[in-house]
Ligand binder design. Structure first.
Ligand code: R1P
Length: 276
């Protein structure tokens, strides 16, 4: 990270501010097939990533590729309808750049979602899992490089990367709405291969509950900047070796589509209950 990065963040922020006259309180990152929540945003301004200076461009099916700003449940929000993954070939600091921009636009809270494979045998396809913690198995870290002191410390504390109060709030909202939520540890791999059965046995042995190829870098960067983070995984498939069937992205998108109404209800409830 260098002051060149600060300059780039400012350029992106200024461009977005000129297009959308709102100061978001909550940033949303919408996982594979879960981008539909951004369609619910009112009075919105949608800006394709390719228009925003210094932004990467989405390449994955199920990720629309635009930043959407507007109102949801009376709160000002900014949503990434489509995220970036390390396996797309981008540098880790580049895939997490939009998180920095959303924070500099004003968002102090990050609600990050993903489609994940269930490694916990007590989970079922279609479950939601509140992320209590993560294990970084990507082999790298988005904060590698010179530290930008203006953004956060050189050695960030990760002892409560996922905010306990936000997890409790999400549990209360889910209970009120009669939506069952699980809680667990998300293990982030680089992808793009799905994990092997042996890797899933390792994950289980290490206390991991779900696996995926996103979220971890975004959460590290958001935590670096002191954002309050809530992570929700949608268990779109069971991880390798749990069921006698191969894995594919079609199933991920299919399940995400199926749980859409419940996902929207849960997320809306959380956003409406979060303190401004
Ligand atoms: C694999 O099917 C894709 O789905 C998940 C994995 O990380 C991978 O990108 O997507 P999100 O984590 O973006 O929801």
């Amino acid at each position: 990270m260098s002051s060149k990065t600060m300059q780039k963040i400012k350029e992106s922020v200024n461009y977005i501010k000129a297009k959308a006259g709102i100061t978001p309180e909550i940033a949303l990152i919408l996982g594979s097939g879960l981008g539909v929540l951004a369609d619910e945003i009112e009075n919105k301004t949608a800006i394709p990533y390719e228009e925003i200076p210094n932004f990467p461009v989405s390449t994955v099916e199920g990720h629309a590729g635009q930043l959407v700003l507007g109102e949801l449940e009376g709160k000002q929000v900014v949503a990434m309808q489509g995220r970036f993954h390390y396996y797309e070939g981008y540098d880790m600091s580049f895939i997490t750049f939009p998180v920095r921009v959303m924070k500099m636009l004003g968002a102090d809270k990050l609600l990050v979602t993903n489609s994940a494979g269930g490694a916990n045998r007590h989970f079922n396809v279609g479950d939601f899992m509140l992320i209590s913690d993560h294990i970084n198995f990507t082999g790298t870290n988005p904060l590698i490089g010179a530290n930008e002191d203006e953004l956060g410390p050189r050695f960030p504390d990760m002892s409560e990367a996922y905010n306990k109060e936000l997890i409790e709030l999400a549990e209360q909202v889910a209970e009120k709405k009669g939506i069952t939520v699980k809680k667990g540890v998300y293990v982030g791999f680089s992808g793009p291969t799905y994990e092997t059965p042996a890797e899933i046995r390792m994950v289980q042995g290490l206390g991991g509950d779900a696996v995926g190829m996103s979220t971890v870098p975004e959460v590290i960067v958001a935590n670096h900047m002191g954002m309050g983070i809530l992570g929700i995984s949608c268990i779109t498939n069971m991880a390798a070796g749990i069921l006698p069937q191969p894995l594919g992205h079609e199933e991920v998108i299919e399940t995400a589509n199926r749980v859409k109404p419940k996902f929207i209800e849960l997320l809306r409830g959380i956003i409406s209950s979060v303190d401004s």
